[in-house]
Design a protein around this ligand. Sequence first.
Ligand code: NIG
Ligand code: FE
Length: 398
Amino acid sequence: MAILLQNAIFATMVGGYGLHEGAVVLEGDKVAWIGALAALPARFANAARHDLGGRLVTPALIDCHSHIVFAGDRAAEFELRLNGASYAEVAQAGGGILSTVRATRAASEAELLAASLARADQIIAGGVATLEIKSGYGLTLADELKLLRVAREIGRQRAINLRVTHLAAHAIPPEYQSRADAYIDEVAIPSLRAAHAEGLIDAVDAFCETIAFSPAQVERLFLVAQELGLPVKLHAEQLSDLKGAVLAARFAALSADHIEYMAADGVAALASAGSVAVILPGAFYTLRETQIPPIAALRAAGVPMAVATDYNPGSAPLASLTLAMNMACTLFRMTPLEALQGTTLHAARALGLADRGQIAVGQRADLAIWAARHPAELSYRIGATPLHARIFGGRFDA
Ligand code: NIG
Ligand code: FE
């Protein structure tokens, strides 16, 4: 049964905002037709009509970088950092990612699922229909698989499309202290092979940083990803410039993420590889970082920029993708158009998905209807969730 959306302003995201004041027909889980109501083809004459009251409609948002499967919280660490400790110092003292690892290992799969579903619900309530989730708080073979299974289960229990990413190379657990190479060989690579064999993952990520893994260690992992036919992406240049983006580009990465400290060589490498730059202003904000990612250089080089929450318990306890858009504009001087492209069209590309991120015939019928008239309002508002309704796979949410 087709549905017809009328009396709305559609930001199709085809050529900029691609504003269209007319009608859109959805059939099954796809967009079937776009045009002026007067030109509606006869075959859609019986479609169920929805008058949207002049509201703005965009493609449903896509959050292309999150770490929502974890247990516990890091409110105490937040306070330590406010008292002057840096993110790296907290991590080196056994806090940071490792404190979440302790809580996550101790949690049962059911507990982890319940906590993660609640976070997925917050994200869905913000107009998101496609979400990427990474592992990375287990750091043993069994615990990484536990996180990845929970991530997959979220997609079965909620109206959301998931892309699941293996991130065992997220931190070095205490039992491998000073033995990062052994961790790559004994945990990261075996868990990658096992997760792939179980069909649990769509991509491979790593944290390339002085407090995590070196480019040489990341490369060993990426070679296995390549052998398995899995695309890669990388947490690169978040705290320092280890040339992670250049490495990622050599593997034709889907994306390089964070990239505050990326230099001109990284920008050029992403441009020639066709990789997306994923901008994560929530982590920048939370860590009170002062080094701004090279937005102007990325723009000049034509590198597509995505914007994501990075939702995680440490550097970005941020559930709202529209707030991330606001931060991308206010903190990084991205334009509201770039911010919306970053959570639709370019976010889809960062996940290797060509069937979403625009309102166009043949695209997935995942739409967000907003209590707004112009798309810039999505970036402009702070703290309100202007979502009026969401359509997932051609159906309005109940
Ligand atoms: O993307 N940078 C590494 N990983 C996460 C933070 C994870 C955490 O602090 O728990 C990030 O910012
Ligand atoms: Fe991250």
